[in-house]
Design a protein around this ligand. Structure first.
Ligand SMILES: *Cc1c(COP(=O)(O)O)cnc(C)c1O
Length: 431
């Protein structure tokens, strides 16, 4: 499979090259040159995530040096459970729990897969690879966890000071060794801008091998598509109907992964994207006017994105906004609705949502009855609620048990450097 830039089809790359570069040389994002066609029958006899993933990924890996390692990469990366939990609702609805990895958020899928690939690609290389990652809270921890201790790779994590949850911050700064954590005086958009600026700076790139682990990296989207393949097959085999997903969204990586899975032919129906008060995408879908804006802080902080990078991939697939508006729909959920939904569903459904997942639960509750009854709905649960105790615990009136993997990380000592949001400051700190 060949990949090319969203901005220039002549800028091609193999999968390995796209993984290592992160961003295309012209600043565009890598997309597959074609989408292979797949049917449900292609997955006959394959049920678990670990079984469907290699089948789905094989055409994307075809011809690449990593292809012979695909099974091993999948086995190494997806080594935790992915439950699909039925909801106690009248209509067919379930929760895809993506938070059982080491850092309790769905970012573990992409980060662990990317690390398994990069670890193989840098084997035997004498140059250190520096991975830059901007995080709104969860990506940085997942990437640090996945790459920590890997020889030949350094990780630099940039996060917005004061704008991540205390437990997220602990997870971002507990590593040391080959992981450096930078607390940036700015927003997530500033962090993302700095990473992009570092890539665009010829002097910086000449001195070291730079790569990115943000959701701009195609090596995160492909593994994320696998759980949509898995969940859509489960729902389709059970009901004979296409499966609709509700996806808490920020930078649109998770959405893109689902769009790609639907594009190749998996039985996926509606995609309902949920946003917090950062309304760039819902407003665009409503009026066709693309107006990126500074992000505002909300309870669902990992979704505080004003200028989502993966929009470029979405618009590449659907250049006309009417076409895009037909392919996906979106709602914006307020902090007050998030709070109310966490309280309500704890009592009504016995489910405790993280603030991000609560946006999906609220969107589900808002569906018109006919639409809700139209097919199985899957609410994508993006993080464990115990990552956000300061928000969730007062609403449900009790303490949440912390998953053991998370508890271990929270006990490690902190190592963090404070920096202003400038490229000079970042450059001075790069290994
Ligand atoms: C990253 C994140 C999101 C948003 O996902 P995108 O791929 O950036 O759209 C939602 N919820 C949680 C918990 C996250 O960490």
């Amino acid at each position: 499979m060949i990949f090319h830039s969203t901005r220039d089809k002549s800028l091609t790359a193999t999968l390995s090259q796209a993984l290592q570069r992160g961003l295309a040389p012209d600043g565009g994002l890598y997309v597959p040159a074609r989408f292979p066609a797949m049917t449900v029958a292609d997955f006959d006899g394959r049920e678990s995530l670990a079984a469907v993933a290699p089948r789905f990924l094989a055409p994307f890996f075809e011809g690449d040096p990593l292809a012979p390692e695909l099974d091993a990469i999948v086995a190494e990366a997806f080594n935790f459970p992915v439950p699909i939990v039925p909801l106690k609702t009248v209509d067919d609805a379930s929760v895809l729990e993506l938070f059982h990895g080491p850092t309790s958020a769905f970012k573990d899928f992409g980060a662990r897969f990317l690390a398994a690939c990069m670890g193989r690609l840098t084997r035997g290389s004498t140059r250190t690879l520096t991975i830059l990652v901007a995080t709104s809270g969860d990506t940085g921890g997942a990437v640090a966890a996945a790459f920590h201790g890997r020889p030949g790779i350094e990780v630099v994590v940039l996060y917005p000071r004061g704008l991540v949850s205390p437990r997220q911050e602990l997870q971002l700064t507990c590593w040391g060794g080959n992981v450096r954590s930078l607390s940036v005086a700015g927003t997530f958009d500033d962090c993302q801008r700095l990473v992009k600026a570092a890539f665009a700076d010829p002097a910086l790139a000449a001195q070291r091998e730079l790569s990115s682990a943000n959701s701009i990296n195609v090596g995160r989207l492909l593994p994320q598509a696998c759980y949509y393949v898995y969940a859509s097959l489960e729902g389709f085999r059970r009901t004979g109907k296409k499966v609709n997903f509700i996806i808490p969204s920020g930078n649109l990586g998770n959405v893109l992964a689902c769009v790609w899975a639907r594009r190749v032919g998996l039985p996926i129906g509606e995609l309902l994207l949920t946003f917090n008060a950062n309304r760039t995408v819902p407003d665009y879908l409503a009026n066709g006017d693309w107006q990126p804006r500074p992000s505002v802080a909300t309870l669902a902080s990992a979704m505080d994105v004003g200028n989502p990078s993966n929009m470029e991939r979405l618009r590449y697939l659907h250049p006309q906004w009417q076409e895009l508006a037909a392919a996906v729909s979106a709602v914006s959920i307020s902090d007050e609705q998030i709070r109310q939904r966490i309280r309500t569903d704890d009592v009504a459904l016995g489910e405790v949502w993280c603030p991000h997942t609560a946006t999906a639960a609220e969107a589900y509750a808002q569906l018109a009855p006919a639409r809700r009854a139209a097919g199985p709905w899957v609410l994508v649960s993006t993080a464990h609620p115990a990552k956000f105790p300061e928000t969730v615990e007062p609403l449900i009136g009790r303490t949440l048990p912390v998953p053991p993997a998370l508890a271990r990380l929270l006990e490690l000592p902190r190592q963090v450097t404070e920096v202003p949001a400038t490229l000079e400051a970042l450059a001075a700190l790069l290994p």
